[in-house]
Design a protein around this ligand. Sequence first.
Ligand code: NOJ
Length: 527
Amino acid sequence: MKTWQNVASLYQIYPRSFQDLNGDGVGDLNGITFRLDYLSDLGVDAIWISPFFTSPMTDFGYDVADYQNVDPIFGGLDDFRMLLDEAHARRIKVMIDLVPCHTSDQHPWFVESRSSRDNPKRNWYVWRDKHNGKEPNNWRSLSGGRAWTYDETTRQYYLHSFLPTQPDLNWDNPEVRQAMQNVVRFWFDMGVDGMRVDAIWGISKDPELGDDSVNSNFYGDPDSYGAFVHDHCKHGPHFREYLHELASVCDEYDDRQMVFEFYPDEQLGDIWPQYREVIQAHPKSSTFFMEHRQNDWHGERTGWNIVNYLQACGDNLPFFCVGNHDQPRVRSRLGFERARALQFLNLLCPGVSVIYYGDEIGMENGQLTDADIRDNFSPNHTPVDSRDLERTPMQWDDTRFAGFSEVKPWLPVNKNRTFINVTEEKKNVYSILNLHRNLLQLRKDMPIFRDGSLEIIHSTGNGFILGIKRELETERAYIFINFADAPQSFFIPEDAEIIASTHSLDLIFKEKSNLTIPGYCGILLIK
Ligand code: NOJ
């Protein structure tokens, strides 16, 4: 049985950047509560809040020092309970982030673990001796550099798949798995409706800690993460077993959902089957569709990716995304028109359509200088590769700090706030914001968009057009996306009626079974 029966959309909030209510330049939980009416009016059914737990913030909350408390910068547990109640009062479900593979180095578990080799928590993390005077193996960290840091206190290395301040938990230790399951229960008992599960590939690694293979297709820095095929440092032999255990916790509760972070890994080949086996055994679990981040602009491949993902999901709820807090803004990657076409498509895909905060108003990457960079994953501390680009403050209005805060925010507000902002776009019937609102309303009103089947239409006779047929009982919907920059004509079912499009109807020509739409247009018809 599918869970989250009434959820057709999920809105991701990066809490530092959504709304600052206490005037310190950083967003907070009360800020989110304050903006719930906006989300409800937009037509959002569920929110996912990126980490707000106690943390020294070296990775802005993905370095957790207490899994069961709120960092003072975001508020307190009572603020979270209020947010939960207020969201539920508006029939909005609340999903939070679970960060199971690593803690902060300030977490009491790690503080104990590093204190001595015979501490009871020693085996909660991965400690190893030097190997020939060096790191135990060649594993690299995703945030740059080696995945091992030498700790003078006990003269051993500890493993960290990300920053040195994010030591990896040892999931082969049953106590660790138990502790993490209890974290899930803590939040589910409080009434949280779902968990987005971070970096799940790290729960099992090669127990022998063998070297990763060299990636012979890589021509960049031979020392970097991409220079290796990650055939030993992730998806180890116990991956499915531990994932099953974690997903089972969700089965203990009614109507909860778990969504695993998942990115295809070309070097490793098809890793889907490992996930598919688990999610199909646990109907309340799923993974995210992140193929759009590849920026591949090709109708046929896009359709193929969607169908592939849906097949892998089986009966489980799909989660379609175009961006998140780790990817440059979709509008900056593709340009306004192409991004809008993709967002249109995303809002008409089955299951849950996920919106990263600000994408609904077409926010662009921030305009940042070296001095603005806060993300420690940027190896050179330059804006070029920094995730800060997609984390700038939400643009509510055209004022100096965009209605996000009364004071200078932690990251600069984009100058384009003067025309890209909620207040302005609410007034414009053709804005991307109103396009989102209309399509989200359709998703609510017409179950076909959440629950209907999806099939690629191969008969448009036009290679630039991605055609999709959705079907539920006697209803049929047709979605066409023009991947070319010039108008295209193609065939449609004669009696289908246009009900939404990215472009004004003045630019669309329909004559019986012939339809002509502008470049980068998305159109929805119903029969
Ligand atoms: C994936 C998260 O999305 C990212 O933001 C974070 O830095 C890493 N995992 C480490 O937790």
